[in-house]
Ligand binder design. Structure first.
Ligand SMILES: Nc1ncnc2c1ncn2[C@@H]1O[C@H](COP(=O)(O)OP(=O)(O)OP(=O)(O)O)[C@@H](O)[C@H]1O
Ligand SMILES: [Mg+2]
Length: 256
């Protein structure tokens, strides 16, 4: 059975159908890329899956359970975490603290308990900190833990956002354009990280514009255009697909 199943997912904003009857599924332990021109509906699909938006129609099943209608935190607690196209870090908190925030979505006492210093939270806090250091190691930022997050270069902030998402120990990770704004070297590092996460058993849905990156990591590609799925297959298959080529050529004028 698919780990995540998206059935006829639809979202309209007024008269604008941003996501139109989209179907696809995620295989456990695989990387699926979700691609398409600007405004194709990729981020809206993420918002619908992760519970940020309610669909106009259709359903999402995670581990066999219907999650459409559940709140973000309920879906996160089941093991599905996402990152954002626009970074959502706490710039004045340290790098380590940003990862700890991610951990608190699953810890017993939670963020509030920690803030109030309730009894029994001290030891848990220590464990949360230890685990956060481990997550920073995964993305190669363990030496920067005590610095304010805003000190990090942009590419490193993207890695930090992934570390924070990992801190919730998700089975499924949704990454919305993690390579946006990265230089060639940083993109290579990101690709390496994605491969390591896959090797560690994570299931990943990746929004990515750069075809080389997609070709390098994706097992399967789903292509959206004007809200609808126009193709699905291996990276090589979609790259050779006439409809996909046409959709991307039509998008040429803004240079992406
Ligand atoms: N909250 C919203 N209210 C109204 N319209 C929205 C909202 N969010 C997205 N849209 C519209 O839905 C469509 C799809 O947008 P979406 O952000 O999902 O595209 P995208 O594929 O992620 O694009 P990009 O590659 O630029 O990030 C666009 O026409 C957009 O203007
Ligand atoms: Mg988007």
């Amino acid at each position: 059975m698919a780990l995540l199943q998206v059935n006829n997912l639809t979202k309209s904003f007024g008269g604008n159908v941003a996501v139109n009857q989209v179907n696809f599924h995620l295989e456990p332990g695989k990387i699926t890329a979700l691609i398409g021109p600007n405004g194709a509906g990729k981020t809206t699909v993420f918002n619908l899956i992760s519970g940020v938006l309610k669909p106009t129609g259709g359903e999402v099943f995670f581990k066999g359970r219907k999650i459409t209608g559940l709140k973000c935190n309920q879906i996160a607690a089941m093991g599905l975490t996402r990152t954002f196209q626009n970074l959502q870090l706490f710039g004045n908190m340290t790098v380590l603290e940003n990862v700890m925030v991610g951990e608190h979505t699953r810890s017993k006492t939670g963020l509030l308990g920690a803030a109030l210093r309730l009894p029994g939270t001290k030891q848990e806090e220590r464990l949360v900190r230890q685990r956060a250091v481990e997550h920073l190691k995964v993305v190669g930022l363990e030496k920067r833990g005590e610095e304010p997050a805003e000190n990090l270069a942009f590419g490193q902030q993207r890695l930090l956002e992934i570390a924070r998402a990992l801190a919730a120990d998700p089975e499924v990770l949704l990454l919305d354009e993690p390579a946006a704004g990265l230089n060639a070297g940083e993109t290579r590092e990101l690709v390496g990280l994605l491969r390591r996460l896959k090797a560690a058993g994570k299931t990943i849905l990746l929004v990515e514009h750069d075809m080389d990156t997609v070709m390098g990591v994706a097992d399967k590609v789903v292509v959206l255009d004007f809200g609808a799925k126009i193709a699905e297959g291996t990276p090589a298959e979609v790259q050779a697909n006439e409809r996909v080529i046409k959709a991307y050529l039509g998008d040429d004028e803004d240079g992406e």
